[in-house]
Design a binder for this molecule. Structure first.
Ligand SMILES: [Zn+2]
Length: 300
């Protein structure tokens, strides 16, 4: 019996307009590690019985049997693909940089374990692979799975390929460094880091939508996000709002960034971190006002 926790699961963008819950346009993250005492505060457990053979992938001779035709190492990632990886140099540079960016921006330690990355050449190869090896897991356009300390990312070459890979690899790097990550923060960070590095600060697609919301005096409430514990509770708005709070803490007031770093240090040290909203309230006199001011004045 394995445990999957839906708080570590996410729907994701679909083709065209964002359609996070559609089976054809979603990516998915499962973290199959045991609960710790304080992890369970943030999560709901869903027992899922998986066949043992489903997890006999990625090891030793099975790689040859799977027909992988290319392999590359990039930082913490060991990547197998069923197509030549020529032409993806830029993506691997970004993956290398992603680890450094997380360490520098969040103050977390580098991933303490290798992360396996499996890339399929097209939709049908991906579907075939999943149906063979992970038949119990609902289809998503990309997957991050962790079991027994092994983090694995699966994706195929779609129009959103590199975004999907960076998103899932952000989850993988976070969970390779931290014992847990609250659902909203996990997704907010992945949304932030999924875009190419040069676009993260000013060109994330969420920014325009958020500004419209602020023009209508609708300020995302962090406390509401902190109550989300299941995939089904996270829709387009919640992903945008989670991204916004991450953006605020990374690019906004110094004290907000310091609190984020301290929050993650507590998690890294297995110290129950409490709620980040309460910690921000204690550190900043008017968090909502500072949040609104940050985005209303944010420009190149
Ligand atoms: Zn995600």
């Amino acid at each position: 019996m394995l445990q999957t926790r839906s708080r570590f699961s996410r729907p994701k963008k679909g083709p065209g307009l964002i359609c996070r819950n559609g089976p054809e346009g979603a990516s998915h993250k499962l973290n199959l590690v045991p609960f710790s005492a304080f992890r369970s505060r943030y999560s709901l457990a869903l027992a899922l019985l998986l066949s043992t053979t489903a997890w006999h992938i990625g090891g030793g001779t099975s790689h040859a049997a799977e027909g992988w035709v290319d392999f590359r190492e990039a930082g913490a990632f060991r990547c197998w693909a069923d197509f030549p990886l020529d032409g993806l140099d830029g993506m691997f540079v970004h993956l290398n940089q992603l680890q450094a960016d997380l360490v520098r921006t969040l103050g977390i330690r580098p991933a303490g374990e290798p992360i396996e990355l499996y890339l399929l050449r097209d939709y049908w190869s991906y579907r075939k692979y999943l149906s063979r090896h992970l038949p119990q897991i609902p289809y998503r356009r990309a997957l991050y799975i962790k079991k027994n300390g092994r983090g694995r990312v699966f994706a195929y070459r779609s129009r959103q390929f590199e975004i999907d890979v960076r998103h899932e690899c952000t989850h993988a790097l976070l969970h390779a460094a931290l014992p847990m990550v609250p659902l909203w923060l996990d997704e907010g960070l992945a949304e932030y880091f999924e875009v190419a590095p040069q676009k993260r600060a000013f060109d994330n697609p969420h920014l325009k939508s958020l500004r419209w919301s602020l023009c209508l005096a609708v300020v995302p409430q962090l406390q509401k996000l902190e109550k989300k514990s299941d995939l089904s509770e996270m829709g387009r708005t919640e992903y945008r709002d989670a991204w916004a709070w991450v953006h605020f803490m990374i690019h906004g007031p110094t004290e907000a960034h310091r609190e984020l770093v301290r929050f993650l240090i507590d998690i890294q040290g297995n110290t129950p971190p409490g709620l980040l909203s309460e910690r921000l309230d204690r550190r900043l006199p008017d968090v909502r006002g500072a949040f609104t001011a940050h985005f209303k004045t944010w420009k190149r």
